[in-house]
Design a protein around this ligand. Structure first.
Ligand SMILES: *Cc1c(COP(=O)(O)O)cnc(C)c1O
Length: 426
């Protein structure tokens, strides 16, 4: 066995390999803690599956209206158990995180209501859902107003500003756990809990929704354990474990989930319809694998932070701080840097490694975006992927990796490309 040799065959030079090996050596203890977390979360998933008596009958496909789809209903019970909520909506026809968030919001808001984001600007695609950027069909067009309280310097909650912003029309509060395409810190579940308690003290009946994208299984508790009325995410991120080919979830209070379901299907139909078309096995099995997959992705993110921090680039989170999501932001400072990084990630992929990604005007984003993904599922970002808007500060957002070894290769290859372009030297 000659591992150095096969890395060489894949295109990693000896100096890049040596530089990265040294960094990996220093991360052993950190990685052991991640494994402990994954072990707990794996048991949590198994317990939820056992408590709901998951059986192979649940893997059968349904078609048409999907009445009495036992596999779908049981999967939703498993999610509800796992997130400690009354109900869940876990569906292939929630086609992405943005769609799930849109359904959760539009299902629970009515004309005249106000939506509040106490954590600053939401994820780019949400701007059009809300109507921050004019868009056909936005909540704004339906008479839902929006208010935002920006974070204080350092990413702290502006409690005074939040108190002032809450009014008699505030119906839903949206809290984004992950930084998304931003350089603010990601919030821990504990911090989210503190924010929710503060808001509920001012207005107990307000619905607190957490955009949980990229956060699932990073910690041993979820936002619904600390008072969130709804948590929302994508199955082609963490909880799909890389196997879900599509899908999203909304977990929370029964009345919130019911309202979302009437928006997803139709008033009167709600959760009773929606065939699972044979996708249930991958939803169950992906959820089962998710804690391990998330652990691999986290190791990749920490490794990337340490590699690029050592080279002098600003990284968020930094190499040593606690993690609350699987995203690593690296500010490369130039369009060439972002492009070379993404081309390295692409070159390390099991699928489409021979193509070279270029920036393009993606729907929902306000600047050209370059995306690298050699994924089994299109757009899946629990798989090793990197993307960056081509605009200052020229940061790249890196996430995923179905296995730690693949994440490691991807990061080494990104560095290799930067070295080859003369952007850095090791
Ligand atoms: C990815 C993401 C979304 C949107 O999910 P898509 O599946 O890309 O539509 C929303 N919010 C956050 C924080 C995300 O990371």
């Amino acid at each position: 066995m000659n591992t150095d040799n096969i890395y060489g065959q894949l295109g990693i030079s000896a100096p890049v390999l040596a530089f990265c090996r040294e960094i990996e050596e220093g991360l052993k203890e950190r990685f052991a803690r991640i494994d402990e977390n994954a072990e707990y979360n794996q048991m949590k998933v198994i317990k939820a599956m056992q408590d709901n008596r998951v059986s192979d009958v649940h893997f059968a496909a349904t078609t048409g209206y999907g009445y009495n789809d036992l596999g779908r209903d049981t999967l939703e019970d498993v999610y509800a158990s796992l997130f400690h909520t009354e109900a869940a909506l876990v569906r292939p026809n929630l086609i992405s995180g943005t769609h799930a968030l849109h359904i959760a919001l539009s299902g629970n808001l009515r004309p005249g209501d106000e939506l509040l984001s106490p954590v600053g600007k939401p994820y780019d695609t949400l701007e059009e859902v809300i109507g921050i950027r004019e868009s056909c069909g936005s909540l704004k067009e339906y008479g839902v107003t929006y208010r935002q309280v920006d974070l204080l310097p350092g990413g702290k909650f502006d409690y005074d500003g939040i108190r002032e912003a809450i009014n008699e029309r505030t119906k839903v509060v949206t809290i984004q756990r992950s930084k998304g395409y931003d350089t603010r810190p990601t919030f821990s579940v504990e911090q989210i809990g503190e924010l929710i308690s503060f808001i509920k003290k001012i207005k107990p009946e307000v619905i607190c929704m957490v955009d949980n994208c990229y956060g699932e299984f990073v910690e041993t508790i979820e936002p619904t354990d600390v008072g969130a009325d709804m948590a929302v995410g994508s199955l082609i991120k963490n909880p799909g474990g890389g196997l879900a080919p599509i899908g999203g979830y909304i977990v929370g209070k029964k009345e919130c989930i019911d309202r979302a379901s009437y928006r997803l299907s139709a008033p009167g139909l709600g959760r009773e319809v929606g065939a699972s078309l044979g996708l249930n096995t991958s939803f169950y099995q992906g959820l089962f694998l998710s804690p391990t997959v998330v652990a691999g992705a986290l190791k990749g993110a920490i490794f990337a932070a340490n590699v690029y921090e050592k080279l002098g680039f600003p990284v968020v989170p930094n190499g040593s701080e606690e993690r609350y999501d699987i995203i690593q932001a690296i500010t490369l400072g130039s369009a060439e840097g972002v492009i070379a990084f993404c081309q390295g990630i692409q070159a390390a992929a099991p699928v489409d490694s021979y193509v070279s990604p270029e920036p393009w005007d993606m729907p929902g984003y306000d600047a050209p975006v370059i995306m690298a993904a050699g994924a089994f599922v299109q757009g899946s970002s629990i798989e090793l992927s990197a993307d960056g808007p081509i605009k200052p500060p020229y940061a790249v957002y890196f996430q995923g990796g179905l296995t730690w070894y693949h994440a490691k290769l991807g990061i080494m290859m990104s560095l290799q490309k930067l070295v080859e372009k003369g952007i850095v030297t090791v």
